[in-house]
Design a protein around this ligand. Structure first.
Ligand SMILES: C[S@@+](CC[C@H](N)C(=O)[O-])C[C@H]1O[C@@H](n2cnc3c(N)ncnc32)[C@H](O)[C@@H]1O
Length: 373
């Protein structure tokens, strides 16, 4: 018996068996790549610049010969590293330049290697807690994610360092925001974490003043230390719940421009946070929300090239942290339509949604608070 597409049960079974083999292999490969990324092995192989022996790779990286050898077995079988014969008949290992450009630290904003750490890290932090969440429906608190903020810092660095000031900001409001930041305005970054984006902006626009808000004191301490190490005097950080900015707050109507990079969908009270943004802005002030490029209906994300990865990160982190204390638990894949609806419900009448140069993962939701007449 064939299904509507003419596929028989046997064909379906064997296709899925092949797919399951891929699932097991790629899951294992991701874990081993995450280890190699953290150990700096890709960077070392890239720097070696050609076929190298295990001895060379182990010596240059300071890692154990035996572990490196086993790891190279995964990398060669996974087609990440190429195998060559040395003049002495011994194996040599080579990371092609085209691969290195995507998985080493020098890859900058195009670095996919950094993401290989994400699923192993989340598994280590909260696999049991998320399983418990399946049973109870409860959220999983941020405290369960040790080193996650540090990892997010690495991601933010890869994301923002080469792109934010050179490419993203000049694209906002046809360059008007950059011109105003050059002249001097007040800018707030909501969910600033370790302050990577804000510090880059503060260094680039010394006439403007910058305030970072987050609820993670650990992340804020790193942010303050970095800003002070850079000698920046136009930047401050505050421990502030974005969902709790009420009309009496001294922050109300203090900002010309507010940004939120990947920081709305995992909040417990995202609607209140967006209303908080509206309150923070001066009349006529504008808001850039950068959030994941997805649709609000599962069917619209069915063919997303990274759908399983993004939904898994959401399942393991964004959704459970957003469910804490009876929170909304939007999840990372809340999608463009829902995001626009919520921005409008928060008071922003016109929401412009644009793709972001050099960032296929996110969309830029740009909106403005009504100017008083
Ligand atoms: C995914 S991280 C994004 C970090 C950073 N904006 C970036 O560009 O990578 C989300 C951040 O939002 C913060 N956050 C979560 N809930 C918050 C709330 N209610 N108020 C303020 N910050 C919040 C988290 O502590 C975390 O640092």
């Amino acid at each position: 018996m064939a299904d509507d597409n003419g596929v028989t049960a046997d064909e379906k079974r064997s296709r899925f068996a092949a797919r399951m083999t891929d699932v097991l292999n790629y899951g294992a490969l991701n874990l081993a790549m995450g280890l190699g990324y953290r150990a700096g092995l890709f960077d070392v192989m890239d720097a070696l610049g050609g076929p190298a022996s295990i001895d060379d790779i182990a010596a240059r990286s300071g890692m154990s010969h035996r572990y490196v050898k086993e790891w190279l077995g995964v990398m060669v079988c996974g087609d990440v590293v190429e195998l060559a014969n040395g003049d002495d008949g011994e194996d040599r290992y080579f990371l092609p330049r085209e691969h290195a450009e995507l998985i080493t630290r020098r890859a900058g904003s195009g670095n996919l290697g950094v993401y290989t750490q994400e699923i192993p890290l989340l598994t280590r932090c909260v696999m049991d807690e998320v399983l418990e969440g399946f049973r109870t429906g409860q959220g999983v608190a941020y405290d369960n994610y040790p080193r996650f903020q540090q990892f997010m810092g690495q991601l933010a660095d890869a994301k923002h360092r080469e792109v934010l000031v050179e490419t993203f900001l000049p694209s906002v409001d046809k360059g008007a925001v950059v011109r105003r930041m050059e002249a001097g305005i007040r800018v707030c970054d909501l969910g600033c974490a370790e302050g990577v984006a804000l510090t880059l902006m503060a260094a680039a626009f010394p006439n403007s003043t910058f305030v970072g808000l987050d609820i993670s004191e650990e992340a804020l301490q790193v942010a303050r230390a970095e800003a002070s190490a850079q000698g920046l005097t136009n930047i401050t950080f505050r421990n502030q719940d974005a969902g709790a900015i009420d009309s009496r707050s001294e922050l109300v109507e203090r900002f010309d421009y507010v940004t939120a990079f990947d920081a709305i969908h995992d909040q417990t009270r995202p609607m209140e946070a967006l209303q908080g943004v509206y309150a923070l802005l001066k009349p006529g002030g504008c808001f850039s929300m950068v959030d994941i490029a997805a649709g609000s209906r599962l069917a619209d994300n069915r063919d997303h090239p990274m759908g399983p990865f993004l939904y898994t990160v959401s399942l393991m982190h964004c959704m459970p942290v957003g469910l804490v204390d009876g929170g909304t638990g939007l999840g990372m894949m809340w999608g463009r339509e829902k995001a626009v609806d919520m921005l409008q419900a928060a008071g922003f009448e016109d929401v412009d949604v644009a793709e972001i140069p050099e960032d296929a993962f996110n969309l830029h939701f740009f909106c403005r608070k009504k100017a008083t007449s």
